[in-house]
Design a protein around this ligand. Sequence first.
Ligand SMILES: NC(=O)c1ccc[n+]([C@@H]2O[C@H](COP(=O)([O-])OP(=O)(O)OC[C@H]3O[C@@H](n4cnc5c(N)ncnc54)[C@H](OP(=O)(O)O)[C@@H]3O)[C@@H](O)[C@H]2O)c1
Length: 323
Amino acid sequence: MRAVVCRQLGPLDTLVIEDQEPPVPGDGQVVVDLRAAGVNFVDGLICQGSYQLKPATPFVPGSEIAGEVSALGTGVTGVEVGDRVIAFVGFGGFAEQAVVPALSLIPVPDTIDFTRAAALIQSYSTMLFTLTRRTHLEPGEWVLVLGAGGGIGLAATDVARALGGRVIAAASSPEKLEAARAMGAEAVIAYEEEDLKTRAREIAGGGVDLVVDPVGGRHSEAALRATRHFGRFCVLGFASGPIASIPLNQVLLNNRTVIGVDWGGWTFKDPLGNRALIEELMGMVGSGRLHPVQPAPYPLEAAAEVMGGLIDRSIAGKAVLVP
Ligand SMILES: NC(=O)c1ccc[n+]([C@@H]2O[C@H](COP(=O)([O-])OP(=O)(O)OC[C@H]3O[C@@H](n4cnc5c(N)ncnc54)[C@H](OP(=O)(O)O)[C@@H]3O)[C@@H](O)[C@H]2O)c1
């Protein structure tokens, strides 16, 4: 079976495609024939060696998969060959097949195709975790989403809308702003050209209730200043590179709250809680409450190109590899 292999951490163009022995499931494991694997910003950082997690090489990147179960290991119950499933695997997703613990499989509703299913686990789980576990978004609250045309940004917009929130999307390009509008954002701000704080306050009639910030850098402080009294600011990531340093008086003023979000870290601390979260998520997708975007499909050979496109900001929305 073919797999994308990272032999040493570094430039993405050093990734290679290799033929490997077909995997054999061990006790409690299954083999999944992959139909799609979601590509995330963080996958590229890991391969480049610029993420906090530095795996031993060689390894197969790719953390989220969708496909059909093709073989069962010993002791596996409740799973059948042919089941349509998704799983968050950490590594091993950019391949034709993956070995997965049976307990980590989540059934995919028939209403959603494999490409959309593969691309939603990380971004949507993170946003459902953020808006229902780390804070509670109330109906009618204004949410300012930074990087709104990216994976986290579009999921934030969709989940916030499903919970009754009103979304202001901030992004760098007309294409990304349009994607956020199509997802349900009521208003948009081109944050490389417009004054983020002033525009967000104007749109929300004084200030926003909550900020979702996966971008970091210079926009973070402006976004915090755009929050109203008792506003909340959710820190999700630093896609722009610099980790923002914000004067703490801006937290004191207006009784604001800064909320850290580490969905990945929480999944290890509370795997059962995470399973419940993902089942809730798939229920919302299956019932049509959430509308994950149709990702752009690419072959395995394009893994480096796609990860590079997320890192250089040229890709809007989501992308998947289709082996
Ligand atoms: N905390 C958590 O639990 C958690 C979970 C998942 C992901 N994350 C983090 O969230 C961040 C975003 O992930 P994602 O999947 O949404 O990535 P993505 O799809 O690549 O979107 C990131 C967005 O960041 C913006 N951006 C601004 N400056 C950038 C720069 N210099 N380089 C790249 N992007 C830049 C881009 O929007 P504009 O071009 O519109 O500015 C881009 O669309 C990452 O840092 C990731 O590690 C955190």
